[in-house]
Design a protein around this ligand. Structure first.
Ligand SMILES: [Zn+2]
Length: 172
């Protein structure tokens, strides 16, 4: 929490309006950790500081549903990492557009919504093995439904960075 406090000071100085974090490990129990996380965030941060924070879903511990629950309690935004959710829900059908719309509600006071996108380096197999990011975004991993939404900031989490972004522009 101390490091996060330092981030705020730095963010204000740099004019950054977003600090993206993960909930972290599951520790004794997932439900208890979520509760503790909410309590700690309320204890350590002011309302103004909380408005800077976005929480992101991860591949192994906290799905979008978990993160949304926590975010709704704290009234903060969610960064939807599409690849992480695909890893988390491996083998299951996901209605990604529906999830996106649920998450969008947390961005209602902002002019944009941020999402993360990446492709698995070794394809989708198990949650754990699918985690490493590929150099580029596989065309099939790009969610086609997202094109109809305006003001979506898609962060491309790919090793080849700019080249991957250039490549993805061809999908439009
Ligand atoms: Zn991400």
């Amino acid at each position: 929490m101390e490091t996060l406090k330092e981030h705020f000071i730095l963010s204000r100085y740099l004019g950054i309006r977003e600090i993206n974090i993960h909930i972290g490990g599951k520790y004794d129990s997932k439900e208890k950790t979520k509760k503790r996380f909410v309590e700690n965030m309320r204890r350590y941060f002011s309302r103004e500081e909380l408005n800077y924070i976005t929480i992101e879903n991860d591949e192994l511990n906290y799905s979008i549903k978990d993160v949304l629950e926590v975010a709704q309690e704290l009234q903060i935004r969610v960064t939807y990492d599409i690849h992480h959710e695909r890893c988390f829900q491996i083998g299951k059908e996901i209605d990604e557009e529906q999830l996106f719309l649920e998450v969008q509600k947390t961005w209602k006071d902002f002019t944009y919504q941020r999402v993360h996108l990446s492709s698995p380096r070794y394809g989708y197999s198990t949650s754990y093995k699918s985690r490493p990011h590929s150099d580029y975004i596989d065309k099939d991993d790009f969610p086609k439904w997202i094109k109809k939404y305006k003001n979506v900031h898609i962060d491309i989490e790919a090793k080849a960075k700019e080249l991957a972004v250039k490549d993805i522009c061809n999908f439009f």
